[in-house]
Design a protein around this ligand. Structure first.
Ligand code: PRX
Length: 664
C-alpha cells in the first residue's frame, strides 16, 4: 500500500535514537509505574475506573461498560455527573477558589486572569442568562467565538445546564456556520462583534448575521463586545449583549444539572469523506474521564502547574486539552488568542517565560515554523520552567522533534507525540512520559487499555515495519458515541470496513495508515481518506471541491494536499472549465471567493492549476493519487490504465509554464 500520504519523508523514522525520560521527570511523574500496562490489560474494562475516579460523580456508576449493542457502547451508564461542576465547583469546595484557572493572553497584548472563583461566578451568571433566553436541557447551543475567555465560559455555562454546545471555529465562514446550525437544529448562538487580525478589527458579527438569514429557525443570539469602539455594532431582534446579560444576572447561581454519563456533552463538527461535515457526538462521563486521565497520565498535569496548549478551542484539541482536561484537574490553563509571530516571532517564548509555563503542547506545523525561524527566538527567553513538551495533529519527523526537545526543551524535557482524533475524544497513542522511552518520529505505544492494531485490507495484522490501517479493537471511554442524527453514517464511516458483526467482532477504523515496530511503537503515516490537514485545520477535499464546482463555468475540480519545503501541507487544486469558458484571473478570483464563503480562508488553495480535463480511470474515477504525485513532484507510476493518459503531460507542462499554479 501507499504509505506516503501526509509523510514528510525526511527520515526512516522509528529506527533512530531513543531517549529515556530523565530521572528527575520520572520521580515527579503522575504515572511512573511500568506495571500500568499490565494492570490495564488484565482488568478490563474495570481498569478505566482509574480514569473515572479522577471525577466527582453525583451518583456513582455501578457498570463500567455496557457493550450489548456495539458499536453503540455506553460508559459508566448508570453514573451521573456534571462537567461544569467537575471543572469549577469542586475546586472551590477544596479551598482552591483563588487559584488561577485561566490565564488569557489577548492579541493586543491584553491579559486577564480568572481564578476558579471568577470563572465559577461568570459561568453561573451566563448559565442563568442562557436559561432566561429559553435554553433547556439538551438544546444545542452554537458558540462562534475566537479565543477569548467568553468561549470556555459559554461552554461551561452550557455544560452546567445540560445543554450540549457546538463550537464552530471562528475562522469558518457564514455558510459553514449556517450548515452546522441547521444540521444541529440549533436555536441559540453565542458570538461576538469581531476580533483583531494582525491589529485590524475584523467583523465576526456580519458573518453570524449572514448565517442566520439563511436559517429557518429563529436564533436567540448573544453578542460579546470584544472590540468596543474599534468596531461599533448594533443589536437587532433576538440579539442580546453578553455584558448586559451578565449585569442582569449578576451573582446569580445555577445548580449544576446532574447528567447521565451517556448524555451528550457536546457536538463537534469535523470534516470527513463526504461533502457534509459530520457532527461528532461526545458523551459526558466517558469523555470527561478520558480527557482527565490523559491530561494526568500523558500530559502530567498537576494542579500547581501552569499548563499551555497552544491550540484553538474551535477544534477538538482545545476542547479536550485547553478546557475540559486541565480544568477538571484544577490546574492553570493558558489561553492565547494570537498567532506565534505577532508582534514578533518570539511571542510564544515570551509568554512561556513570563508565565513560567511548565507544560507546553502544540502542533508539528508550528514546530516546523519555529525551526525555520531559528533558535534565536527561543534563545531570547528563559524557558527553564518547561518540564514536558507535547505535539499533536500530524506526524512529526525526527528533525523537528529533536529541535523541539533541544531548543525549546533545553535537551532534557520529555516530548510526547500524541495521536488522537476528534472521534477518539482524547489521546489514544503516546508514550507515557514517566515510563516509556521516546523514539523521535514515532508516537509511541497505544495507551494502557487502548487496543490498536495495524491491519491489511483483509483486517489481518501486518508484520512489524509494514504499513497498514490504524484500527482500534476495543471500546474506550472518550470515543464518539455517534454522528448527530445519523447512527447509520456512524457505523458506515468508522465501523463497517473492518468489523464482522456476525462474529461480534467490532473494530474502529481511524482513516489513518501507520506502521508498528517490534516494541509496539506506532508511527502514523497519514490519512487514507480525502482529508487533509492544513495548519492544524482538518479539511475535507470534497468540501473544497464542491465550493469550486459551484463557480459558474467550472466543470470539475480535484483537490489534493501538497507538501511544501517546510513539510506543511497546502491545498492544491486542479480545475477544468466548461467548454468555451476561459480559465482567467476572474475565474481564479471567483474560486477563492467561493471557498472563502463556503468554508473560510483557511481552505484557500495555494495553487490552482487549470486543465482541460482531469485524469480519470476507465470507469470515470478521478485519479486523485496521481494528481497528488504531480503536485508533489513525485515520480509517476504507470498511467496507461487511464482513459486520458495524455492529460498528465499537459498538466505538468501547465504547472511548469505557470510557475506551479501559485496564487499570485
Ligand atoms: O491523521 C491523524 C492526525 O490528525 C487526524 C485527526 O484530526 P482531528 O480530528 O482534527 O484531530 C486533531 C487533533 C487530535 C488523525 O486522524 N493526527 C493527529 N495526531 C497525530 C496525527 N498524525 C500523526 N501523529 C499524531 N500525533
Amino acid at each position: 500500500m501507499d504509505d506516503r500520504n501526509g509523510w514528510d519523508q525526511d527520515t526512516t523514522r522509528s529506527t533512530g535514537t531513543t531517549h529515556s525520560p530523565p530521572q528527575s521527570f520520572v520521580e515527579q511523574a503522575n504515572v511512573s509505574d511500568p506495571g500500568i500496562y499490565e494492570a490495564f490489560e488484565e482488568n478490563r474494562p474495570a481498569c478505566w475506573e482509574r480514569a473515572a475516579d479522577l471525577l466527582s460523580w453525583d451518583d456513582e456508576y455501578e457498570t463500567v461498560l455496557e457493550d450489548e449493542d456495539p458499536p453503540f457502547y455506553r460508559w459508566f451508564p448508570d453514573g451521573r455527573l456534571n462537567a461544569a461542576y467537575n471543572c469549577l465547583d469542586r475546586h472551590l469546595e477544596a479551598g482552591r477558589k483563588n487559584h488561577a484557572a485561566i490565564r488569557w493572553e489577548g492579541k493586543q497584548g491584553e491579559r486577564r486572569t480568572y481564578t476558579y472563583r471568577d470563572l465559577y461566578v461568570e459561568v453561573n451568571e451566563f448559565a442563568a442568562a442562557l436559561r432566561e433566553l429559553g435554553v433547556e436541557e439538551d438544546d444545542v447551543v452554537t458558540v462562534y467565538l475566537p479565543m477569548i475567555p467568553e468561549l470556555p465560559i459559554a461552554m461551561l455555562a452550557c455544560a452546567r445546564i445540560g445543554a450540549p454546545h457546538s463550537v464552530v471555529f471562528a475562522g469558518l465562514s457564514a455558510d459553514a456556520l449556517a450548515t452546522r446550525m441547521e444540521a444541529a437544529d440549533s436555536e441559540y448562538l453565542v458570538t461576538c462583534d469581531g476580533y483583531y487580525r494582525r491589529g485590524d478589527a475584523f467583523n465576526q458579527k456580519s458573518k453570524a448575521d449572514n448565517a442566520r438569514i439563511g436559517l429557518e429557525q429563529n436564533v436567540q443570539t448573544v453578542v460579546v463586545d470584544r472590540l468596543g469602539d474599534d468596531l461599533p455594532h448594533v443589536l437587532g431582534e433576538d440579539e442580546w449583549d453578553y455584558h448586559e446579560l451578565r449585569d442582569e444576572f449578576a451573582s446569580e447561581t445555577v445548580e449544576p444539572v446532574s447528567r447521565e454519563a451517556e448524555d451528550m456533552l457536546f457536538l463537534m463538527y469535523t470534516s470527513g469523506t463526504t461533502g457534509e461535515p459530520k457532527g461528532v457526538v461526545h458523551a459526558t462521563g466517558g469523555y470527561l474521564a478520558h480527557v482527565a486521565w490523559t491530561s494526568h497520565a500523558v500530559l502530567d498535569v498537576k494542579p500547581a502547574d501552569t499548563y499551555w496548549c497552544a491550540a484553538d478551542i474551535g477544534w477538538i484539541t482545545g476542547h479536550s486539552y485547553i478546557v475540559y482536561g486541565p480544568l477538571t484537574l484544577g490546574t492553570t490553563t493558558v489561553m492565547y488568542e494570537g498567532t506565534p509571530d505577532y508582534p514578533d516571532r518570539d511571542r510564544l517564548w515570551e509568554i512561556v517565560d513570563r508565565n513560567a509555563v511548565d507544560i507546553f503542547y502544540t502542533a508539528p506545523t508550528a514546530i516546523r515554523a519555529f525551526m525555520k525561524w531559528g533558535s534565536e527566538y527561543p534563545d531570547q527567553h528563559d524557558l527553564s520552567s518547561l518540564r514536558l513538551l507535547g505535539t499533536v495533529g500530524e506526524p512529526i519527523s525526527p528533525r523537528p522533534w529533536n529541535w523541539y526537545r533541544d531548543t525549546v526543551g533545553g535537551g532534557d524535557c520529555p516530548v510526547v507525540d500524541t495521536w488522537w482524533q476528534t472521534e477518539t475524544g482524547a489521546v489514544a497513542i503516546s508514550t507515557l512520559p514517566g515510563i516509556d522511552d521516546m523514539k523521535p518520529g514515532s508516537a509511541g505505544p497505544a495507551l494502557p487499555g487502548i487496543d490498536v492494531q495495524i491491519v491489511d485490507q483483509a483486517g489481518d495484522e501486518v508484520a512489524p515495519g509494514e504499513a497498514g490501517y490504524l484500527t482500534i479493537t476495543r471500546p474506550w471511554p472518550g470515543m464518539a458515541r455517534t454522528l448527530y442524527d445519523t447512527d447509520e453514517q456512524f457505523v458506515a464511516e468508522y465501523w463497517r470496513r473492518f468489523s464482522d458483526p456476525d462474529t461480534g467482532e467490532w473494530r474502529y477504523f481511524s482513516g489513518d495508515t501507520a506502521r508498528i515496530d517490534e516494541d509496539g511503537y506506532i508511527t502514523v503515516l497519514g490519512r487514507v481518506d480525502d482529508v487533509i490537514t492544513v495548519s492544524g485545520h482538518r479539511l475535507g477535499t470534497m468540501e473544497i471541491e464542491s465550493a469550486i464546482a459551484d463557480v459558474d463555468g467550472i466543470a470539475e475540480a480535484a483537490v489534493v494536499g501538497r507538501s511544501n519545503e517546510t513539510g506543511d501541507t497546502e491545498v492544491y487544486a486542479y480545475v477544468s472549465t466548461e467548454r468555451n469558458r476561459d480559465a482567467n484571473a476572474a475565474v481564479r478570483r471567483a474560486i477563492f471567493e467561493n471557498i472563502e464563503s463556503a468554508i473560510g480562508s483557511i481552505a484557500r488553495p495555494e495553487a490552482v492549476v487549470f486543465t482541460p480535463e482531469l485524469p480519470k480511470t476507465r470507469s470515470g474515477k478521478i485519479m486523485r493519487r496521481l494528481l497528488e504525485d504531480v503536485a508533489n513532484g513525485e515520480e509517476l507510476g504507470d498511467t496507461s490504465a487511464l482513459r486520458n493518459p495524455e492529460i498528465v503531460g499537459e498538466i505538468q507542462a501547465e504547472i511548469e509554464a505557470d510557475g506551479g499554479g501559485r496564487r499570485s
